[in-house]
Design a protein around this ligand. Structure first.
Ligand code: VGL
Ligand code: ZN
Length: 201
């Protein structure tokens, strides 16, 4: 057997894919558009296929705010209104190819008075991951410097190994360099950065 190079990684039982907030409002044309946010979709489709083919669990998160959410500018928050529960802006990007049978969905930020960037904040994601025997999270989606960052940090704190899908994330970059700083911080805390070509067939 050919030994794996240092730049290769094999998917195993106990691995799960976490697709963070790939929703219309975070794509170009959306109300809180992440620059080049649409570019994560074809790459995530390849990761989705790799996990689905191996029968490994796929978790999605969606930002899912009430119309009067505290993070919205009219209510004193930092963001334009976005991802209002049930709206077109809150829907998954249409080009995202989620396997119907194996996709487990989590909604977050659903309380008017509380924001939640992390997929673990106020959700049962941790319980559901443990119920599926998950020990290692592969995290990609939007946005690098908010929900991806907070989800990765909370995943590490909860004791999961975390793999950061470096080719399937994009940043808001409110301040230039926020995305790069967020990536460096996730890696410093123990996340392993990979790209598609590093997955073994
Ligand atoms: C997000 C800002 C506000 C995210 C959500 O998904 O990264 N960012 N709400
Ligand atoms: Zn939000």
């Amino acid at each position: 057997m050919r030994p794996l190079g240092p730049q290769q990684l094999t998917l195993n039982l106990g691995d799960a894919l976490i697709v963070v907030d790939v929703q219309n409002d975070f794509l170009p044309g959306g109300s809180l558009a992440v620059p080049r946010g649409d570019e994560v979709v074809p790459v995530l489709n390849r990761y989705l296929d790799a996990f689905a083919r191996r029968g490994l669990p796929i978790f999605t998160t969606r930002d899912w705010h009430p119309p009067n959410h505290c993070s919205f500018q009219p209510y004193g928050g930092p963001w334009p209104p976005h991802c209002v529960a049930g709206s077109e802006g809150a829907a998954f990007a249409p080009a995202l190819e989620l396997p119907a049978s194996s996709t487990l969905m989590t909604l977050k930020g659903t309380q008017p008075e509380k924001d939640a960037y992390s997929a673990f904040d106020g959700t049962d994601l941790d319980v559901r991951l443990r119920a599926h025997g998950v020990g290692r999270l592969f995290v990609g989606g939007l946005a690098t410097d908010y929900c991806v960052l907070c989800t990765v940090e909370d995943g590490l704190k909860a004791g999961y190994a975390v793999v950061l899908l470096q080719d399937a994330i994009r940043a808001v970059n409110v301040r230039p360099g926020d995305g790069e700083r967020a990536e460096a911080e996730m890696i410093r805390r123990g996340a392993i950065p990979i790209r598609l070509e590093m997955l073994t067939a």
